[in-house]
Design a binder for this molecule. Structure first.
Ligand code: JFZ
Length: 463
């Protein structure tokens, strides 16, 4: 006889499989089945490491966006005239000639991320500014270009070094790629003023210029899909690049990519088509579970790229974001912008180490879990794995130890008569009693005096 918990989990799982196939419906059912399996692989991983790294890191400015006149108010507020924008662009475009991250050590990055409990990586192979952090043959505006000092390094092909190091640690590999490329003349014609994030010419009136850009884009994606080992996720940014005015022929691109990477998850962000295999709420957590696969992408600090003295979220905030996201069925893709010298910012590393301490005790309540109603009630979030339920109590800001008791109200998952409840990281079963149709779990004095972790405490309820 299936328990109500199990029925709920199966229904949710089926719903997300249906949604995944709907988001990715293709002619070949077996391709849909393969993709549905890959989406479940992705959903099991839960916690990803996002890195925005490019020539822009040298300025400590926002990635790419300071180039856009129409967005200058938030991305480059000191600019007053278009001439000042042109002077800034000249300086920005020349950053490739000074990019030289002598401390770049991707193995140490991968170790830090693994110890933080992260299980996949997302790396910016090319952002909107068009500077390629990999050895493309399609342009010289690249980290391996002869005018870039770093091109002399054995680790000049940065994306390759990152993917190899993280793959070696068992990470899923995600390639961020911007469909827009403001350095390419097929997107921003240098002979005409570029005012906003879109092509600065009418693509319908100059089809050959746009076609040259489409071919360039497909060629770059083919390089990434065929020369860099196994890639699990192709994360395509710049949602403005879509039909009819900016059609890069996504069906053709996706088919080509999967010829090289048959298991590939494609995220054509905000496109709402079958090539958006999961959705990516940005800098926000949905207020309830979603009926399709999703991943919150979020900066640890104020911006995606490196910012000196950035304002990083607290470890408690980051742990509780992870729990909240996972309880609602999502993944958490947490971003850190590496420094221009190739080191990760020490303050960011400190938080990753502290998150890792929490994950070392409580990871089983996160990885490969699925949501279970009521997802969150009061300060308690719920996750489930098979018949096991995890009730995760989120510490109040002022609290550094678990409460004396945790109440699970009527309707929330609860232990069966005679079954045990445990506190992750603490030996011994805990006492629990019936109360108002729910249960109250008493936490042992020893666990309160000497908590197994900080920020959130996990009650494991086994049938
Ligand atoms: C995009 C980029 O423009 C940004 O620089 C960064 O790389 C981020 C991860 O992705 O920013 C977005 C993309 C989508 C939305 C908002 C910002 N959106 O859908 O609201």
């Amino acid at each position: 006889m299936l328990s109500s918990t199990k029925i709920l989990v199966i229904c949710f799982g089926l719903a997300s499989l249906v949604m995944a196939s709907r988001l990715s419906a293709s002619e070949a059912p077996e391709a849909d089945a393969q993709l549905a399996r890959r989406i479940e692989w992705f959903r099991d991983r839960k916690f990803g490491f996002f890195m925005h790294w490019g020539a822009y890191s040298q300025l400590g400015c926002i990635e790419s966006w300071p180039l856009v006149w129409a967005d200058r108010k938030w991305s480059n507020p000191s600019l007053r005239t278009f001439d000042e924008m042109l002077a800034f662009r000249k300086k920005y475009w020349a950053l490739n000639a000074t990019f030289n991250p002598t401390k770049f050590d991707p193995q140490s990055w991968a170790k830090i991320a693994e110890n933080a409990g992260m299980r996949y990586v997302m790396f910016t192979t090319k952002h909107h500014d068009g500077f390629c952090m990999y050895d493309t043959k399609q342009t010289d505006y690249k980290v391996t270009g002869s005018d870039c000092p770093w091109s002399k390094s054995p680790k000049a092909d940065v994306a390759r070094a990152v993917f190899d190091a993280f793959r070696q640690q068992g990470f899923g590999i995600g390639a961020y790629f911007s469909k827009a490329d403001w350095h390419h003349p097929g997107y921003w014609d240098p002979q005409r003023p570029a005012i906003d994030r879109n092509p600065n010419y009418d693509t319908s009136k100059e089809p050959q210029r746009w076609e040259d850009f489409v071919k360039f884009t497909h060629a770059q994606i083919e390089e990434l899909m065929s020369n860099y080992g196994r890639i699990d996720i192709l994360w395509l940014d710049a949602g403005q690049v879509r039909p009819p005015k900016q059609d890069i022929r996504m069906d053709e691109l996706a088919a080509m990519a999967r010829q090289h990477q048959p298991h590939l998850i494609i995220v054509d962000r905000t496109a709402g088509t079958k090539h958006e295999n999961y959705r990516t709420p940005e800098q926000e957590v949905p207020d309830r579970p979603l009926s399709y696969p999703w991943e919150t992408c979020m900066t640890m600090g104020d911006q995606w790229s490196f910012k000196p003295n950035d304002n990083y979220k607290s470890t408690r905030r980051l742990v509780q974001l992870l729990v909240d996201i996972v309880a609602k069925g999502g993944n958490f893709l947490l971003n850190v912008g590496p420094q221009p010298d190739g080191d990760l910012p020490p303050e960011a590393v400190k938080r990753l180490q502290e998150i890792g301490k929490w994950m070392a005790v409580n990871g089983e309540a996160i990885y490969a879990t699925r949501p279970i109603a009521p997802y969150k009630t009061g300060r308690v979030c719920f996750t489930s794995k098979g018949d096991t339920v995890y009730a995760i109590y989120l510490a109040e800001d002022s609290r550094n130890a678990p409460p004396a008791s945790i109440a699970l109200p009527r309707g929330a998952p609860r232990p069966k008569a005679g079954s045990e409840v445990h506190l992750l990281g603490f030996d011994g079963a805990m006492k629990w009693t019936e109360a108002d149709g729910g249960v109250v779990i008493q936490l042992p004095e020893a666990a309160i005096k000497n908590p197994p972790c900080e920020h959130a405490w996990v009650v494991k309820i086994t049938p």
